[in-house]
Ligand binder design. Structure first.
Ligand code: ATP
Length: 554
């Protein structure tokens, strides 16, 4: 079986080392209870077989009954330790879930904007779920199956070799090797079908994410039947791939049955005549049967573990791919950066996307004291300039400086402490108006009201029954487009930024509200550098700085 180790190792290393730190004590308890469970479960049948051989009415009077009681205690202890170990293992799995989901979320926040253009939330969620459950299964199996199985195997094989004879121990061991080899082979033959099923199920989640975000449009164009058909086709592909996987495993079940029959037949063929000849006692035969049954359980467990590991690997791949997708290459925060004059200079800046479109040779300077308007045809690259300013990507050529400092050398955290943007597509959280404006920054009622006032939305909010505590609905869709824009402007102004970027921030507003907001912003222009993208030339005043962006080659 081939595994892409460079792909899965980095997330595994980070998550498992955090997990070992978090669950150290419980893991130790799992180890101890597992070992005790194994010792007691092997010593109980051994004691029983010896007692059976000594069982006469005279020996009963000599205290053998108490030895049988000791056997009963051993049996109870074995069960107790095994159960304790399995629940302690379950406890650690919750720690693992916690570590996996928090590490993945932190990693997601480092991803580039392109990542979120490629992957929608439903698909990301599905990869996260699959990855977390794959890791959980591997760790649970390692602790609850592989570890006790190996301990049980070593002890039981040792006992079998000492009490009965080495040949029998070798036959049992040989069966184990054949069994594990068969499971490995079955897992490797079925892997391509499993990989395909998981790949298709990821594509299906992406499809669901797309469908949910455009549900109203689909209904309006009566495209829902078409979407259902497409979804069914995708799910059918997943089902077929899982079906092929399961059918191959079903065929292998016959081979496993044959191997088990051969193991019992050969060993009984050798042992039964030796009992008849008086070389072995009936107790030996009973012990053999119990140990054989016990030995087969760990082999089956190990086989299942191999099967689960192979399945978990396939499930972990989408998670690992997202984990490894390109992240922002950001310098460390120095906290020493401060905006002084607020002069932003673009010098010969170019950036082309993979399709050859973007911006070429842009030169302009934005200062306080005036609003800098960026204008240009649709697709000329105005929003791309903002993405560059917001460090979503770096210029391919040229430079962007702030008060003479290259933007590339400023850490994201330091830069975002000074800049606030109102994007073209406003995203609001399904939470209250206050939360959407403050967005986790230190709460200050006076600032909140001032920001709302400057964004010309205070009157509207105060007129609502729940005021700032009004819930905005999924993606803020309980508000109008213009209200959403004003909330986003209030959000941008809340922390008194030194630089404000507005990407068609007033496009959904009526002329009067737009004028109101721009007048408010104009009052800030001596303290704040304001750059605004607009298609509405009517908002531009005579003393504004206007930068026209030309079309780029396609
Ligand atoms: N992520 C992307 N991948 C590939 N091409 C892109 C991407 N984003 C934008 N483009 C292309 O780059 C060009 C500039 O896009 P941009 O959004 O910056 O234009 P714009 O001037 O803001 O347009 P508009 O006025 O319509 O909002 C367009 O031709 C667009 O198709």
């Amino acid at each position: 079986m081939k595994f892409d180790l460079p792909l899965i190792s980095p997330p595994l290393r980070t998550i498992l080392s955090n997990y070992l730190k978090t669950a150290r004590l419980v893991l130790l308890a799992v180890l101890v209870t597992t070992l005790l469970g194994t010792l007691t479960s092997i010593s109980a049948p051994y004691l029983f077989s010896r007692l059976i051989d000594q069982l006469t009415s005279a020996s009963m009077a000599g205290g053998l009954l108490w030895a049988f009681m000791a056997y009963a205690v051993l049996m109870g202890a074995a069960y107790t330790f095994q159960r304790m170990s399995s629940f302690l293992t379950f406890m650690t799995s919750e720690s693992l879930n916690f570590v996996t989901s928090t590490a993945f979320f932190a990693r997601l926040l480092e991803k580039t904007s392109d990542f979120f253009l490629e992957h929608n939330p439903a698909e990301i969620e599905s990869a996260q779920q699959k990855g977390a459950s794959a890791l959980n299964i591997v760790v649970q199996f390692a602790l609850a199956a592989v570890l006790p199985s190996i301990a049980q195997l070593i002890l039981a094989l040792g006992l079998l070799g000492t009490v009965l004879d080495l040949d029998i121990a070798l036959i049992v061991f040989g069966y184990g090797v054949v069994y594990v080899a068969l499971v490995t082979r079955a897992a490797s033959v079925t892997r391509p079908h499993l990989d395909e099923a998981i790949e298709q199920s990821q594509a299906s989640s992406r499809f669901v994410g797309n469908a949910i975000s455009s549900m109203d449009t689909l209904r309006q164009f009566q495209s829902d039947r078409w979407m259902i058909g497409q979804f069914n086709d995708r799910e059918r592909t997943v089902l077929d791939a899982f079906g092929r996987y399961a059918m191959i495993q079903v065929r292998y079940a016959f081979v496993f049955g044959l191997a088990l029959t051969a193991q019992f037949a050969i060993t009984l063929w050798l042992l039964v005549p030796r009992v008849a000849a008086g070389e072995l006692t009936v107790g030996d035969l009973v012990l053999f049967n119990t140990l054989l049954l016990q030995l087969n359980i760990p082999f089956q467990m190990m086989g299942q573990a191999i099967q689960q590991f192979a399945q978990s690997y396939s499930n972990f791949v989408p998670f690992a791919r997202m984990w490894q997708a390109e992240s922002h290459d950001d310098p460390d925060s120095t906290r020493s950066f401060a905006v002084t004059e607020g002069v932003i200079a673009f010098t010969d800046v170019s950036y082309l996307y993979g399709n050859g479109r973007g911006v070429c040779g842009v030169n302009f300077t934005a200062r306080r004291g005036t609003i800098t308007y960026i204008i240009g045809d649709t697709g000329s690259g105005k929003s791309t300039l903002f993405k560059l300013l917001l460090k979503a990507m770096r210029p391919a050529t040229g430079s962007i400086t702030i008060d003479g400092v290259d933007l590339g050398s400023i850490a994201g955290a330091d830069w975002f402490a000074h800049v606030a943007a109102v994007p073209q597509d406003i995203v609001l959280l399904n939470d209250t108006l206050a939360t959407n404006i403050v967005l986790g920054r230190p709460f200050d009622q006076a600032r909140l009201r001032r920001a709302a006032e400057r964004a010309a939305i205070l009157g509207f909010i105060e007129g609502l029954e729940s005021g700032f505590q009004t819930m905005v609905g999924e993606r803020g869709l309980k508000l109008s487009g213009g209200e959403r824009q004003r909330i986003a402007i209030a959000r941008a102004l809340y922390a008194d930024p030194a630089i404000v970027l507005l990407d068609e921030a007033s496009s959904a507003l009526d002329a009067e509200t737009e004028k109101d907001i721009m007048d408010q912003l104009r009052r800030l222009r001596d303290e704040v550098t304001i750059i605004a993208i607009t298609h509405r030339l009517s908002v531009i005043a005579a003393d504004d700085n206007v930068v026209r962006i030309g079309s780029t080659p396609t």
